[in-house]
Design a protein around this ligand. Structure first.
Ligand code: PA5
Length: 474
């Protein structure tokens, strides 16, 4: 791609509606507040750039250093395409939300319903990220195990949800395909640590590595996300090129040139003003699962009890997933007239990948006939502008991110943008944006309840909970 072609695909971030001038005096940010943040943000930038690729910022160098891995992934994708009709991801959290978001953004919205030739021979994709027994049973009803490959994704190899799925699948495969069962499994895990790598070695399964320094929610641009994407024919090189393009923009220590720096400053300042909710509202149906991926990134990274010095800070901002125009008829009433405790990020697109004209009709009913001669493209764009206008009138902060079009390059840009914004905010909040200690308690309690050795004390602690008051159980 030429520099000009890349520039034509640059996403735009419009922050105007976050400011007092637009959202109404006293309801938004001031320029002075943003300027005050510049020294801290500048330090955050220097720290991130100085440490890029080290510690837990391994994701920052991923756009550049995966040529060999990409080649291996494409070979595996070809093999899978030639041998299987379905590809099932077994994973949860960072191992599932990215693959789902990418598939829905970049492939046909009804991919699994298309006949194989309309999928260009690529397999169907299922992402199984729950352990409700009905879910897996339903999957078994629609796949043919003999023609299905599974991608077990777990960095730790200790995640009960994923490992339980693996055990069930392994058992079914052994019964159905016999000795060849391991040929149906591709593992994606840490190269040295954890249980999955032990199993991989023991069973001789094929595997891809989750590099050091890449946590679950930052792993979409490593084999975790790249393998399922490539298996469904998505141009993963373009995705990485989009990430690299955004990374270059984010290398500049200047809030007026670096979009993620400005985004982080505005979001942090909004947080400090009591905007505790971050609504993500794409007006692009194909990006609806991007809001799920963002929700995990934002929630797990910034929701922290302690800062790096161990002070109790209880930071974070609650992400809310929303979809334009669908949620105009569900949540927008609250966004407009409810409390000033949130800001909304709209995601729009200059060009949808298709045009849907609205035919003329019912001249005698003007409330219907005015739509004729327009397109759904015009309608959704008008509704996005109208919602932005309506929220502004109610003094509700919002911003708009616009993609020239949805493609592998712009989706790579968008994801990398959000990861950078998160990293900057983590620095500003002085917290570890890459751990998730709050999740551990629940995981350990689950182990204890299921009798995992070593968790006897935890079990006793659970059993010592105060007895329930029957009055509150009806
Ligand atoms: O962002 C994270 O680190 C988590 O959401 C993990 O992806 C999730 O808990 C799954 O962990 P693992 O990959 O170890 O199975």
């Amino acid at each position: 791609m030429t520099d000009q072609a890349k520039a034509s695909m640059r996403l735009r971030v419009d922050m105007n509606n976050m400011f007092d001038e637009y959202v109404g005096a006293g309801n938004g940010l001031t320029e002075a507040e943003i300027n005050e943040l510049i020294p801290a943000l500048s330090t955050a930038h220097e720290t991130l750039q100085a440490n890029r690729g080290t510690g837990m910022t391994g994701w920052m160098t991923m756009p550049y250093e995966q040529e060999e891995i990409v080649a291996d992934i494409l070979d595996a994708a070809e093999e899978i395409k030639n041998n299987f009709d379905a590809f099932v991801v077994l994973g949860i959290g960072g191992s599932a939300l990215g693959p789902t978001a990418i598939q829905f953004a970049l492939n046909h919205m009804r991919w699994n319903e298309l006949p194989k030739e309309k999928r260009n021979g690529f397999p169907k994709l299922y992402v199984e990220d729950n352990v409700d027994p009905e879910r897996l049973e339903a999957l078994f009803d629609v796949i043919d195990l003999k023609k299905t490959a599974f991608n077990v994704i777990s960095k730790s190899g200790a995640t009960s949800e994923t490992m339980s799925q693996f055990l069930i699948i392994r058992d079914r495969l052994m019964k159905e395909v016999g000795d060849d069962w391991a040929r149906h499994i591709y593992a994606t895990t840490d190269a040295a640590r954890g249980n999955l790598i032990k199993i991989v070695k023991q069973e001789g399964m094929r595997m891809f590595v989750i590099p050091d320094g890449v946590g679950g929610r930052f792993s979409e641009i490593c084999p975790v996300g790249l393998l399922p994407a490539a298996v469904c024919g998505i141009d993963i090189r373009q995705m990485l090129a989009g990430c690299a393009y955004m990374d270059e923009l984010c290398k500049v220590n200047d809030i007026e040139k670096n979009p993620a720096m400005l985004g982080a400053a505005a979001k942090y300042a909004a947080m400090m003003k009591g905007r505790n909710i971050s609504v993500m509202m794409p007006y692009v149906d194909s990006l609806k699962y991007m809001a799920d991926w963002y929700a995990q990134l934002w929630a797990e990274s910034l929701g922290k009890k302690f800062d790096r010095e161990g002070n109790e800070v209880r930071t974070g901002q609650t992400p809310v997933k929303s979809l334009g125009v669908t949620d105009q008829h569900s949540q927008v009433q609250l966004y407009a007239e409810g409390p000033h405790d949130k800001f909304i990020t709209f995601i729009g697109v200059d060009n949808y990948r298709t045009v849907m004209p609205i035919p003329e009709g019912y001249d005698d009913i003007p409330d219907v006939s005015f739509l004729g001669g327009h397109t759904q493209n015009e309608l959704i764009a008008a509704e996005q502008t109208a919602t932005e206008f309506a929220l502004l009138k109610q003094n509700q902060m919002n911003r708009t991110i616009t993609l020239p079009e949805v493609n592998a390059f712009t989706v790579g840009e968008l994801m990398y943008y959000f990861m950078m914004e998160t990293a900057y905010c983590g620095e500003l909040l002085n917290i570890d944006a890459y751990n998730q200690p709050g999740v551990e308690e629940g995981k350990n309690a689950t182990y204890a309840l299921l009798g995992r050795p070593g968790y006897e004390e935890k079990r006793a602690e659970i059993e010592a909970r105060p007895a329930k008051n029957p009055r509150w159980i009806i």
